[in-house]
Design a binder for this molecule. Structure first.
Ligand code: HEM
Length: 219
């Protein structure tokens, strides 16, 4: 087991698995956030429902934090190994041929911006100003008010759009890499996987991007 984790292929599997955990999270997070566009009270009630279920909340937070740490660590280690092997006259790959492309600089740049985005995002929203409101007689956090306040600042809107476009690129390539790492990139399915990856990334990034734009222009 330890040998597997230490191997290049093992780290690629871990990156794929942890990437899938985050891929599931961003899809549900984007879909839940769509309530912002529909009804601020409904969004607050939805947020309140999530934070009230402590077991689910802490379980999901621990899983996401672990997955992020493993994903980033594997990315950094694979990139360093990849760069070190470039210094020699040959590059080592899992099959002894060309080295894997996991450490591609573009993916690393996207990943770094997304990591900075996640940290700033948690500071802005999760640990941001705590406004209160009452929905159907229940006192809860007024996240909608904070979101409207934040997304009325053009700088935030632009930064969100830039980070989310990069997230879209990262997800497109990520889906492809997962299939490659798991050895499922059968030549006959390459186009299908490319279209599936692109559609998924467009839905997630496009859905997220619509939220600051809608709030800035309409709310
Ligand atoms: C327009 C886009 C987005 C909006 C409006 C938004 C909004 C929010 C809000 C309001 C919270 C606080 C929830 C609470 O404390 O109850 C939150 C939490 C969070 N968001 Fe986002 N988000 C967006 C995009 C993203 C993206 C792209 C990611 C990841 C790449 C992300 C990752 C997270 C994480 C990890 C949490 C903390 C979850 C927890 O610990 O409970 N968000 N988001």
């Amino acid at each position: 087991m330890l040998n597997f984790v230490r191997s290049t292929v093992g780290k690629k599997y871990l990156m794929g698995l942890t990437g899938l955990i985050w891929a599931g999270f961003v899809l549900t997070h984007m879909a839940g956030n769509m309530l912002i566009l529909v009804d601020p009270s409904a969004y607050n009630a939805y947020g309140h429902g999530i934070v009230s279920n402590k077991a689910l909340l802490y379980g999901a937070e621990i899983l996401l934090a672990l997955a992020l740490i493993i994903h980033v660590s594997c990315a950094v280690i694979l990139t360093l190994q990849n760069r070190a092997s470039r210094g020699r006259s040959y590059r080592i790959g899992p099959n002894g041929n060309k080295a894997p492309n996991v450490g591609s600089n573009w993916m690393l740049i996207q990943g770094s911006v997304i990591l900075v985005f996640i940290i700033l995002h948690l500071i802005t929203f999760k640990y941001g100003t705590y406004y209160e409101t009452t929905v159907n007689g229940v006192v809860m956090r007024d996240l909608s008010r904070l979101i409207v306040e934040v997304f009325h600042q053009p700088g935030y809107v632009v930064w969100y759009i830039v980070a989310l476009v990069l997230l879209g690129f990262h997800l497109t390539q990520g889906v492809r890499s997962v299939f490659q790492s798991l050895g499922l990139l059968h030549p006959g399915y390459q186009n299908l996987i490319r279209v599936a990856g692109l559609s998924y990334a467009l839905i997630v990034a496009g859905g997220f991007i619509s939220q600051p734009i809608y709030v800035y222009l309409i709310q």
